[in-house]
Design a protein around this ligand. Structure first.
Ligand code: IPM
Ligand code: MG
Length: 373
């Protein structure tokens, strides 16, 4: 059987970033070996680590390496060490720049409550049944990319951040959300603050216009404050949530908590078809957990399986990984963030080892699991 050959740019970043990406790279390496693929991992400095070593969060070599790769795997960036630096010199500025430079205007965050993790959702059981949604977040515009300025100091200081959207920017991400919904439960909830903001008014008009091309998809609009509440009251009402950059950032952390832990949620960011997409867990660099071998590697591991599925078209391999994780969770193995009564608490590296053991077990018993390899 002939495999694929892919180059993956790996940006470890800061805090727990290196630990969780290492776990994902191990799993991807297992995958390459088992399915006769060749994955070439190229590591590049990024975020605070790159500031310390090269004076900039996104060195030119890193950007060039990402552009030349088939996909990018990113850990997390930021930390207290760089918190007092000016906004445009911080690790986060590197993240915004790489999103812009790679043309990544869509960010997808799947939020799914796994049956074995029901007990750790902060919501009552009857509320979380069927919690399975995708957040499609616009990633290249909004208040993130307008001018940010602080003038003066102390009592007389003033600041502004400019939010901007063009109809074209809204339309391209809206189309993506409708396309996703067409392959799911055919329902898009568009989130805005159209009762106050001009950008949201344009957002809503544009989404309504795009919706005419998708007669089979039901569309509703929700103000962001209500959306934050509805997520808690009845998460099962959502299928695809479409939102701008700022609202998507906020709502995705809330939705992640409902699904059990922010440590579990992967994401991908993409632009035009055929260009490298970027895969990263949605959690931050969690500096207080770094180096302790306790961080949940699942956000990164699920990001790797998203990569296999979305960038490389390797569906069976992605399934192989996700079902191995399911079995590890079914056996009660847990990292600290997803620990519950009766669970077996493991260090992060032990948890990854259990997944790897399940992966190889599935190969040995490939008939039982139906992998056909
Ligand atoms: C995220 C993060 C980033 C964002 C930060 C680190 C700049 O919170 O990806 O959700 O706000 O987009
Ligand atoms: Mg965020």
């Amino acid at each position: 059987m002939s495999g694929v050959r892919k180059t993956i740019a790996v940006l470890h970043g800061d805090g727990i970033g290196p630990e969780v990406t290492r776990a994902a790279v191990q799993i991807l390496s297992d995958c390459a070996k088992a399915f006769h693929h060749e994955f070439i991992f190229k590591e590049f400095a990024f975020g605070g680590d790159a500031i310390d070593r090269f004076g900039t969060p996104l060195p030119a070599e890193t950007l060039a390496g990402c552009k030349a790769a088939d996909a990018v795997l990113l850990g997390a960036i930021g930390g207290p060490k760089w918190d007092s630096v000016a906004l445009d010199k911080r690790p986060e500025a590197g993240l915004l720049k790489i999103r812009k430079e790679l043309g990544l205007y869509i960010n997808l965050r799947p939020i799914k409550l796994r049956p074995s993790l029901r007990g750790i959702s902060p919501l009552k059981r009857d509320r979380i049944d069927d919690c399975d949604m995708e957040i499609v977040r616009e990633l290249a515009g909004d208040i993130y990319f307008g001018a940010h300025e602080i003038k003066g100091e102390g009592k007389h200081a003033k600041a502004h951040d400019v939010a901007e959207y063009s109809a074209a920017e809204v339309e391209r991400v809206a189309r993506y959300a409708f396309d996703r919904a067409a392959a799911r439960n055919r329902h898009v909830t568009s989130v805005d603050k159209a009762n106050v903001l001009a950008t949201s008014t344009l957002w809503r008009q544009t989404v309504n216009r795009v919706a005419k091309d998708y007669p089979d998809i039901t569309l509703d609009h929700m103000y962001v404050d209500n959306a934050a509440m509805q997520l808690l009251l009845k998460p099962a009402q959502f299928d695809v949530i479409l939102c701008g950059n700022m609202f998507g950032d906020i709502l995705s952390d809330e939705a992640a908590a409902i699904a059990g832990s922010i440590g579990l949620i992967p994401s991908f960011s993409r632009g035009e078809e055929g260009k490298p997409a970027l895969y990263e867990p949605i959690h931050g660099s969690a500096p207080t957990l770094a180096g302790k071998d306790v961080a949940c590697p699942l956000g990164a591991i699920y990001s790797a399986s998203l990569m296999l599925h979305n960038s490389f078209g390797l569906e069976i391999e992605a399934q192989w990984i996700e079902s191995a994780v399911d079995r590890v969770l079914d056996h009660g193995y847990r990292t600290i963030d997803i620990m519950e009564n009766g669970g077996k608490l493991l260090r992060s590296s032990e948890f990854t080892d259990h997944i790897r053991a399940e992966l190889s077990d599935a190969l040995v018993h490939s008939e039982r699991y139906g992998w056909g390899v």
